[in-house]
Design a protein around this ligand. Structure first.
Ligand code: SF4
Length: 358
């Protein structure tokens, strides 16, 4: 039964793809305009298999998952679903074609009666600014007052900025989002010291979807490994990271991969890099190859995890355990080596001068 009543405006937002980049903004924006935001349920095995059943098998996992979330919202009775087409986020910096074409894909594969709210954001086009995008997003609700839309966008930025501060401090995605929605800012005060640190690099929609990333953060915590992500870096650090790999920003979501890799490869506190990429993703295959090559120069071990709907949790855990075990052994060997060098140096300096020159 449709949950939308005559007096209540509702918009469905799939908990997938750009949800993991922009949801705090959308939440603040739509709610300020009196539009209730309904999010699809967390990804399950069923979300994946239902989504996969509607698209060709070569489609990357995040898109299959996205389709599954649309079906979930339709099951909830939501008849207006936000499926933005985010073409470009900066002049000549584009998203991959699957992200750009999402509204067309959904229209063609989900043959049900509902409204796709398909606002287009294209910063490479002359008239492709954020306000035009936002106007398009609320037009199906009959909202046209530009002042009101601008005001609501300020609320969106407020929630987004609070979210960014919290996730940057190391708070988990879920916690940062939950506090930001309530207008609160809580900074992570995790004082625990970890013997090993790794950078986990993946697009947000892979990393923060617990089903896709198989709760990798919980697994690393259990192994006593501190995990860092692109979320803890500033945009300047990510830009420098890309340049340090001798690369230029081309894909919109390159910051999360090569940008963060460029930074963490030069960070002596990071013992290794884990990348998670979707099987069949063209941009990722180029980025992961570039990261792996650069890592060899910096002598940093890399674990590449490729995921699709068949990926089993047991194999995933085994590979993470083997990788972190190797990092522990490598670190222990390097500490022992340093101790031996220092002991030898001390021993040599304590010898009488004559015997030193013998
Ligand atoms: S960047 Fe890769 S994973 Fe993301 S939508 Fe495009 S093909 Fe899929």
């Amino acid at each position: 039964m449709p949950t939308e009543t005559k007096n209540k405006m509702q918009i469905g937002i799939p908990r997938a793809m750009s949800y993991y980049n922009y949801f705090p903004f959308w939440y603040g924006f739509f709610e300020d305009l009196g539009i209730e935001v309904i999010v699809s349920d967390k990804t399950t095995k069923q979300t994946m298999s239902l989504g996969s059943s509607l698209v060709v098998s070569e489609t990357c996992l995040p898109v299959k998952v996205y389709v599954g979330h649309i079906l979930n919202l339709l099951d909830k009775g939501i008849d207006k679903i936000f499926v933005p087409s985010i073409q470009s986020i900066k002049h000549k910096i584009y998203n991959c074609s699957k992200i750009r074409g999402l509204p067309d894909l959904i229209r063609n594969v989900v043959k049900k009666d509902f409204t796709i709210i398909e606002a287009t954001l294209d910063k490479s086009e002359k008239n492709g600014g954020l306000y035009d995008f936002l106007k398009e997003a609320v037009a199906p609700f009959g909202i046209k007052d530009e002042k009101r839309i601008k005001q609501a966008s300020k609320e969106g930025w407020k929630v987004m900025n609070n979210f960014k501060i919290m996730i940057n401090s190391g708070l988990s995605f879920e916690k940062a989002l939950s506090y930001a929605k309530k207008g609160q800012v809580v900074i992570s005060n995790n004082q625990k010291s970890y013997p090993i640190s790794v950078a986990v690099l993946a697009h947000s929609y892979n990393l923060f979807d617990d089903r896709i990333s198989m709760k990798i953060f919980d697994k690393l915590e259990k192994l006593d490994v501190k995990a860092y992500t692109a979320e803890q870096l500033s945009i300047e650090q990510l830009q420098e990271g890309i340049s340090s790999l001798g690369s230029k920003l081309y894909w919109a979501n390159e910051y999360e991969m090569t940008g963060a890799a460029g930074h963490y490869l030069q960070d002596n506190n990071i013992d290794g890099i884990i990348t998670i990429n979707a099987f069949g993703c063209g941009p990722d295959s180029i980025m992961v190859e570039r990261i792996s090559r650069a890592a060899r120069k910096f002598n940093k071990p890399v674990l590449n995890l490729s995921v699709d709907e068949q990926t089993g949790e047991a194999g995933f855990i085994t590979r993470i355990e083997a990788f972190t075990d190797m990092l522990f052994r490598k670190k222990r060997a390097s500490i022992i080596n340093k101790i031996n060098i220092n002991e030898n140096a001390k021993h040599e300096s304590s010898l009488p001068k004559e015997s030193q020159h013998r």
